[in-house]
Each structure stands twice: as C-alpha cells, then as structure tokens.
Design a protein around this ligand. Sequence first.
Ligand code: ADP
Length: 201
Amino acid sequence: MTDTTTARLLIIGPPGAGKGTQASRIAERYGVPAISTGDIFRANIKGGTPLGKQVQAIIEQGELVPDSLTNEIVEDRLQQADAVGGFLLDGYPRTVEQVHALDAMLRPVGAGLDAVVLLEAEVDEVVARLLKRAELEGRADDTEEVIRHRQEVYAEQTAPLVALFSERGILVSVNGLGTVEEVADRIAQGLDAKLGARVGS
Ligand code: ADP
C-alpha cells in the first residue's frame, strides 16, 4: 500500500553543510517534525540528565555516540504521536549499523525512507563555516581540532551511506553552496521531483 500523505525523510551531509537550517525548512514544507539527534543530545547535556552525562565527553571530542544508545533514543522518538505521519531525520542514521536499525524500526509499519537529501559542501568551506559559528554560538565541539576530527568521522563512517541510499533510488543530491534561500529552493525542487510532487506550491 502506498501512503501518499506521509513523508519519511533524511538530510545528510558533512558537519557544517547547513543541515540544521535546511532541516527546519523542509520539515515545515512537508508538515513533519524535524528530529535531530545532535539537538536531542545537546538538550540532555544542557539539562544535566543521565543521558547527557553519558554522551557529553564523547560529543566534545567529536566522536560518535555508540550505535546502541543512539538507536534506542531514535526508536523512542519515532514512536511519539507527531512522528507517526512522517518525519525529517537530521544527523541519523550516521553509520551503516544505524541504517539497519532504522530499517528494522520502520519495517513493522511497512515503511522506509522516502527520500534522502545529501547536502554537498567542500571540506574547506564547511570548516570555515564552523569556525565562524564557534565565535557566535560557542558550541563545545566547534574547536578547530574537533571540527577537523568530525569531518574525518563523517568521511569514514557516514559518507559510505550515500552509495547505499543511491542504490535504493531515494537520493537527492543538492549543492549546499549559496544563500539559505537558494539552497532551500534547490532542496524543495529535488524533493518534490523525488516524492512525485505530492506537495503543492
Ligand atoms: P554536526 O553535523 O555538525 O556534527 P550534529 O548536531 O548532527 O552536528 O552532531 C553533533 C554530535 O552529536 C556528533 O559529533 C556526535 O558526537 C553526536 N551525534 C549526533 N548524531 C549522532 C548519531 N546518529 N550517531 C552517533 N552520534 C551522533
């Protein structure tokens, strides 16, 4: 059965490509919640929760939180009422094991990801953007050393996922260079085409 009212989406790309900014726009356009594992972890660190205490050092070093823990958090989040009719994941899945875990979470509802936006940007550009953000926001993992390490982790653990989504025929590659509006327009065009223009505008 094809459900034409839901959109299960993912935005993927190197740290600093602008995923968070574009994620909220995509979520609004398709009427689904944006779910960012990075935001969930940061909120827990800020709130001093047991989860926050568990992941703080890992995140500050630019390492990945263990798959088992991350999978559990996403599984809980996807069971909340607002995510039943679709969602936009930002920052998850990030490893091959996480892809398999997400597949298993969606299987009982006979669903899978409908489209994956790959936000492309050069390493030098994203590092420059993150260094600028470091001055403005002071995120603990935005020091130059950690930024470089996060790029390496992305290249090793997450970039291989792109081929996998491409094989599934759900990849939408978008050039992440340009203004927020320009990039948002490219994403909307690519996603509408991929999803069969299910959203008017
Ligand atoms: P960025 O894309 O700039 O690295 P995120 O907010 O997506 O920012 O992630 C920040 C950090 O949170 C990551 O470096 C990692 O430590 C942790 N994290 C986020 N999502 C995941 C995930 N799916 N698996 C493991 N760790 C994650």
